[in-house]
Design a protein around this ligand. Structure first.
Ligand SMILES: Cc1cc2nc3c(=O)[nH]c(=O)nc-3n(C[C@H](O)[C@H](O)[C@H](O)COP(=O)(O)O)c2cc1C
Length: 346
């Protein structure tokens, strides 16, 4: 169980905010499989306040996708407070403040992880957002910007006094981006020093790793980011493993069904052109580790029409089915695999 303010989640596994990934379509897909907390991609407070029609944001906040958290990016207290009010008004039940984004453009604007070097401003931002709304507010930080973690530690230790209800920590510095490893010892050390829940983040790729990291770090929850790309089942499976509920790995039939649902949700959310462009990367992630995936990936990115892509994707799964049968009979050589692939996708 994970408790964030007055919100209680059965699962201790949290889906990370991923810009360009945890949009409404992918969160609808996840919701069909898993009932724990998932964070939506970050929203610029400046764009939200300046945008006259709030419709694009309203479309992201639907009750079907609860429980969700909506993340704000920014450095101006007034804009952060106003945008928090807007999101609450649109129906958001939980907010998060981004103090971890290490994208160069974001850092140049003094937002995201760059706030770790300005803990006093970070504290003002946390207070402003918390005071603007009556829903739980959390903060997501990294270990630091470069080597020093002083700013990150000060923010983490001040968060509760600012009214923050939980802290998510990615144990890398902004300078590291995604290189090296997430420092779970740092995450544990913060957990020991604060009384609000801590959600550890970084490098969880399997349900076993999720449960090991949960137990070893002493964290209240763990957050999974890149591990959900093409594999939303990792959230459910990690939760089942944590709660000792038996589960079986996802079948290729379920993968295909889910990928098609995702396809339809992207087009519904973004229209045919933009939805089509977005779904292609997801389709390439869904087939990661499957036979002839790299060849299929090229086909996915070369295909230009929705119907054609759906047909080819379904044929690829027919190929995979036959591959699995032949593989079980130990009848396949590399040459046979290519021949089999050509039979379905020539
Ligand atoms: C494509 C992508 C987009 C991301 N977008 C966000 C974001 O919008 N907000 C945020 O706080 N972190 C963002 N992150 C960071 C992740 O939430 C997470 O902290 C990081 O990937 C480490 O976790 P992992 O090792 O499980 O992937 C993003 C990461 C990736 C790879």
């Amino acid at each position: 169980m994970l408790k964030i303010g007055d919100r209680i989640f059965e699962s201790r596994i949290v889906g990370a905010p991923l810009a360009g990934v945890t949009d409404i379509a992918f969160r609808r897909v996840i919701r069909g499989l898993y009932n724990g907390l998932v964070c939506a991609e970050m929203i610029s407070s400046q764009s939200l306040v300046r945008c006259k029609s709030k419709l694009p944001y309203a479309k992201q906040i639907i009750s079907e996708c609860e429980p969700a958290s909506f993340q704000l990016l920014g450095r101006k207290c007034d804009l952060m407070a106003e945008s928090a009010k807007i999101l609450q008004g649109l129906g958001a039940k939980q907010l998060d403040i981004n103090m971890g984004c290490s994208v160069r453009k974001v850092l140049r604007q003094g937002e995201g992880a760059s706030l770790l070097a300005e803990p006093d401003l970070a504290i003002e931002i946390m207070k402003s957002v918390v005071n603007a709304v009556n829903i739980p507010v959390t903060v997501k930080i990294r270990k630091g910007i470069e080597k020093s973690s002083d700013g990150a530690v000060k923010i983490a230790l001040s968060a509760e006094d600012c009214g923050i209800k939980a802290i998510a920590i990615h144990g890398r510095t902004a300078e590291q981006m995604y290189s090296g490893e997430s420092d779970w010892d740092f995450i544990s050390s913060i957990k020991k020093r604060v009384s609000i829940p801590v959600i550890g983040n970084g490098d969880i790729k399997t349900p076993e790793e999720a449960v090991t990291k949960l137990n070893m770090s002493g964290c209240d929850g763990v957050m999974i980011g890149r591990g959900i790309l093409g594999n939303p089942w990792i959230l459910r499976d990690s939760d089942f493993l944590d709660r000792k509920i038996p589960f079986s790995p996802v079948s290729s039939e379920e993968k295909l069904k889910t990928a098609f649902r995702h396809f339809d949700f992207e087009i519904e959310a973004d229209g045919e052109d933009s939805g089509f462009k977005k779904i292609r990367k997801h389709l390439s992630w869904y087939i990661k580790g499957m036979p002839m995936a790299s060849v299929m990936r090229d086909i996915i990115f070369r295909t230009r029409k929705v119907k054609e892509l759906k047909e080819k994707f379904a044929k690829y799964f027919d190929f995979v089915k036959e591959f699995e049968i032949e593989y079980a009979k130990e009848k396949l050589s590399l040459f046979n695999v290519e021949q089999l692939f050509q039979k379905y996708l020539s």
